[in-house]
Design a protein around this ligand. Structure first.
Ligand code: ADP
Ligand code: MG
Length: 705
């Protein structure tokens, strides 16, 4: 056992170096080859049904049910041509991961095998997935849930060693129509925001156009060698290290961030990108992150529903490809204490027709639309900070938020100096002369050019304006992108409606002056949420409190936002979630949190009690013996050393007993007991002889790969 650690290092040291292949021309014809995209539809579907399906996808025209069997037939043919034998509805239950239940295309007809796939198979599924959490929405006697095809996210093929499966993105609902998944509320929130955006844009005399919400989700992750991972029960059971002393060198030198990417990691990244490109996922950016062994992948932004599905696929591809490279991809928000955790930066914007509403634009009209959108978002974020905070709650993210490396649990907005200046000018009111400095007239004045690059970007802000989009930086690396965007869409829909309702009452003559007044009022009342300083300081925490901004520190507190009366009313008004759905989500999340904490507590106890303690007592007895022999020979003894081991094991035993009694109690006691236990274990890691320490150490996991 003791040599596993050493063997792992030896194996890594002696692994054959990767060779550099001779140059060959690049060919990315395979981009999207495993997706049933417009190209595949054209190749496999009769022209007329193809146009109908594309209209549903592109313009949201309700799906013509009569074409379902044709689409199913085409999809099957395409999938068989690409080596798939099975199909599955692919959905996102409240567990936060993706789910699938495979069926083969195989049917028997008069004893003869045929491959079939019907329109019904495509449109609905009944996976009898009664073990997924439903928070009371499904009692066992009505345990059926069904999956419903989402034609706006294209079917794709998932490959494994010797086969492939056709995956059909679906929503997952109870048979009474209540959402049991992450996708359904997102689709509903998109409808709500589309409607409100059209209403608002009509006030600006824009004709009916399509609203598209865009999302670019940057994904952070850690990679460690699988040989270490398999020796860390805390990692493979809880996804994070529950013990581990801080190594001498961790991230003090900031020498990892944007550093040259090690060859083994680049080989991994290259394979990941190839897989993603085949799946039509536009992976774009790759780099080292701040913590050692931490990296990031960012795709080009896409329509939000597709981008959320793609992010789920990205996480899966990262894990699978890592395994092929003898690595493990850790997506936990805080796998290692003392170094940065991982987040998922949610870059969000709205497009109407072809125009990004968060693009300041080139003329006073476009500027007016931009400022209206901006103020709507300021209103929304300030009014519903509790909801945004709720979307990033979770046992994992609790270790990260507010830890001086991630945005604090306080939701604030960063606009940058120039835009802040514009907002202040706007607030000051209509000047006597349009030339008057320090004031801004909507519809007449131009915005000054705003910096587009990220250089003056504030990385400490929860919600930062970054040129033509907002970047919500609090979501955790393992979380689904769905919730943050459900909330953003809903609260911005409400803000748009609030503004549109007032604009609709204005006549043309007073439009710009009236709009200015509306926006001024918003800025006055809500600019308290804007903070352009350093969000990691204690001074900000005090300042935020003075401003009356909520600082919701823990997940348990944050989750309560789901069931606040005013929030239930908001979600119900916009048809995004009803009371029962919200209550069920609250229940599921609270349970998830408690279960995770308890599991971690039990792992901590087991590791401390039957992995670490025996090693410590061994080391102690050895030291005692050595001490005695040394004294017998007339040498100075090892008293102090033996004593520190003896005392350490006593303290460890006490911390274990404390944990044992806390495991019967509340999560807060378990978290406390875990911290207490960690203190003892980590101190012992520093004194027990290195070759007897049973768990791979931080310096090994984070630096040897
Ligand atoms: P940084 O790390 O500096 O934030 P990245 O390039 O890593 O920048 O990530 C920025 C993300 O924002 C990318 O996924 C990018 O595609 C996305 N993005 C850019 N424009 C928009 C937009 N209009 N809407 C949504 N996301 C966008
Ligand atoms: Mg980035």
């Amino acid at each position: 056992m003791d040599n596993y650690r050493k063997n792992a290092i030896y194996d890594i040291a002696t692994a054959p170096a990767s060779t550099i292949l001779p140059a060959a021309p690049v060919n990315v014809d395979y981009f999207g080859e495993d997706v049933f995209n417009a190209q595949a539809m054209r190749n496999y579907l009769p022209k007329e049904s193809c146009e109908k399906l594309l209209a549903t996808i592109d313009e949201g025209v309700p799906l013509d049910a009569s074409i379902a069997s044709e689409v199913a037939h085409a999809m099957k043919k395409w999938a068989l041509d690409r080596g798939a034998t099975h199909f599955t509805h692919w959905f996102q239950p409240l567990t936060g991961s993706t789910a699938e239940k495979h069926d083969s295309f195989l049917e028997l007809e008069n004893g003869k095998s045929i491959m079939t796939f019907s329109g019904k198979n495509l449109i609905v599924g009944e996976p009898d997935a009664s073990s997924f959490p439903s928070g009371g929405l499904r009692s066992t006697f009505e345990a059926r849930g069904y999956t419903a095809w989402d034609p706006t996210s294209p079917a794709f093929i998932k490959r494994h060693g010797n086969g492939a499966t056709l995956c059909i993105p679906t929503a997952f609902c109870s048979y009474t129509g209540e959402a049991l998944d992450k996708k359904t509320p997102l689709l509903r929130s998109l409808q709500a925001l589309s409607k409100s955006t059209r209403r608002l844009m009509t006030c600006f005399k824009a004709g009916p156009k399509k609203t598209t919400v865009t999302l670019g989700a940057e994904q952070e992750y850690f990679l460690i060698d699988k040989r270490f991972y398999l020796q860390r029960p805390d990692l493979y059971q809880a996804g994070r290290t529950i013990f581990g002393a801080t190594p001498a060198k961790h991230q003090q030198m900031d020498d990892h961030y944007f550093g040259s990417i090690p060859t083994r990691i680049l080989n991994f990244m290259n394979d990941v990108e190839k897989e993603l490109w085949k799946l039509g996922i536009p992976a774009k950016t790759r780099h080292n992150e701040v913590a050692p062994a931490q990296f990031e992948l960012a795709p080009i932004f896409e329509e939000v529903n597709l981008a959320c599905d793609h992010n789920m696929q990205i996480m899966e591809v990262l894990r699978q490809v890592a395994d092929r490279h003898g690595l493990v991809c850790l997506l936990h928000e805080k796998p290692f204490a003392g170094v940065n955790g991982s987040g998922k930066h949610n870059n969000w914007s709205i497009t109407y027709g072809h125009g990004n509403l968060l693009n300041p634009g080139k003329d006073p009209h476009q500027n007016a639309v931009f400022l209206t959108t901006l103020c709507a978002i300021i209103y929304a974020v300030d009014t519903h900070a509790d909801l945004l905070r709720m979307t990033v709650a979770g046992a994992g993210n609790d270790h990260r938020l507010g830890a001086n490396e991630a945005p604090p649990a306080i939701v604030s907005m960063y606009l940058g100096d120039q835009l802040m200046d514009v907002i202040e000018q706007l607030e000051q009111g209509v000047p006597k002369s349009s030339k008057q400095a320090g004031a801004m007239r909507i519809g007449a004045d131009m915005l000054p050019p705003l910096p587009r690059d990220a250089t003056d970007r504030n990385r400490t802000s929860t919600f930062a304006f970054t040129g033509n989009k907002f970047e919500f930086r609090a979501p955790g690396s393992s979380q689904s992108c769905s919730e943050p965007n459900v909330v953003l869409n809903t609260i911005v829909a409400e803000a748009f409606d609030m503004i549109a309702e007032q604009l609709e009452k204005l006549d043309e003559k007073n439009f710009h002056a009236g709009l200015q007044k509306i926006l001024q009022k918003i800025v006055k009342e809500h600019k308290k949420v804007i903070f352009n300083g350093n969000g990691y300081t204690d001074a900000w925490i005090a300042e935020a409190e003075r401003r009356g901004l909520p600082n919701i520190r823990t997940s348990m507190e944050a989750l309560k936002a789901l069931v606040k009366e005013e929030n239930i009313a908001l979600f119900e008004k916009y048809g995004v979630m009803n009371r029962r759905e919200l209550e069920s989500r609250y229940e599921v999340n609270v349970e998830d949190y408690h279960k995770r904490v308890r599991i971690e507590g039990e792992i901590a106890r087991d590791l401390a009690k039957n992995v670490i303690l025996p090693k410590v007592t061994d080391a102690y007895f050895k030291a005692l013996k050595t001490n005695e022999m040394a004294l017998n020979q007339g040498f100075p003894g090892l008293d102090v050393y033996a004593k520190s081991l003896g005392e350490g094991s006593e303290r460890l035993m006490a911390a274990i007993s404390k944990m044992e009694s806390c495991l019967e109690k509340d999560h807060e006691d378990i978290l406390d007991a875990m911290a207490g236990l960690r203190k003892e274990v980590d101190a012992l890691e520093k004194i027990v002889p290195d070759d007897c320490w049973p768990l791979p150490k931080y310096r090994e996991m984070l630096f040897i790969y």
